[in-house]
Design a binder for this molecule. Sequence first.
Ligand SMILES: [Zn+2]
Ligand SMILES: [Zn+2]
Length: 244
Amino acid sequence: MAEKIYAIPVNDAFEKDCECPVCLMYRDIEADAISFTLGPSYMDDRFRLQTDKLGFCKNHMQMLYDKENRLGLALMMKTHMEKTNREIEALAKNPLKGGLFKKGSPVVDYVKNLQSTCFVCDRVKDLYDRYIYTILYLYKTDDKFREKYKKCKGFCTGHFGRLLQDASGEMSGKMLDEFVKVTTDIYLENMRRVEDDVQWFINKFDYNYHDAPWKEAKTAVVRAMTKLNSIVPPEEKKSNKIYD
Ligand SMILES: [Zn+2]
Ligand SMILES: [Zn+2]
């Protein structure tokens, strides 16, 4: 049962002190996909054909570069560029009558399509979908998890939307109504908490608050980045806390 395999990482993420457990899961899946891309995959023809075809999005290209396996990255870049150049050249020789740069020309379509594909995004997507499914499955079937879910510190805006969207396909009736209410309540309650922390951070720049305690404000901007843009600190800090 797939749900059983994924129940462990899902439960683990919901036990961490963080602003969005789904972001934590995503970050870990993404880190594994980056390591995989620069590890066993690039010398393997099956995966190399994929990286040649799909390339990488801006975000993942930067993450691959930061991994510091420059030779591995260069090898993938070389064959991907070779293929892209060859194909664009062939398409450019046969433009449709609208002309090479007209919207809808084969070259424009090719470039647009290439810019929408990424080997790492593709690899992450399947597992990420299964994790979202597992959250909903556990919520429906596991009382302990449901309690844990209700006690978490909410979600980033993107994952809040994704949970509601997927829930409508996995639940119905009372269960769906309850899930939507619980999720919306914890989302808003915790967004307001972080909003207050950001306000307190701003206050601390006012001399009237000079001697006031920082409270939770020191980490407010980083935590607001999670809430607003799904950005979580790259490395897990000791204990269960990720924001120091
Ligand atoms: Zn998130
Ligand atoms: Zn990507």
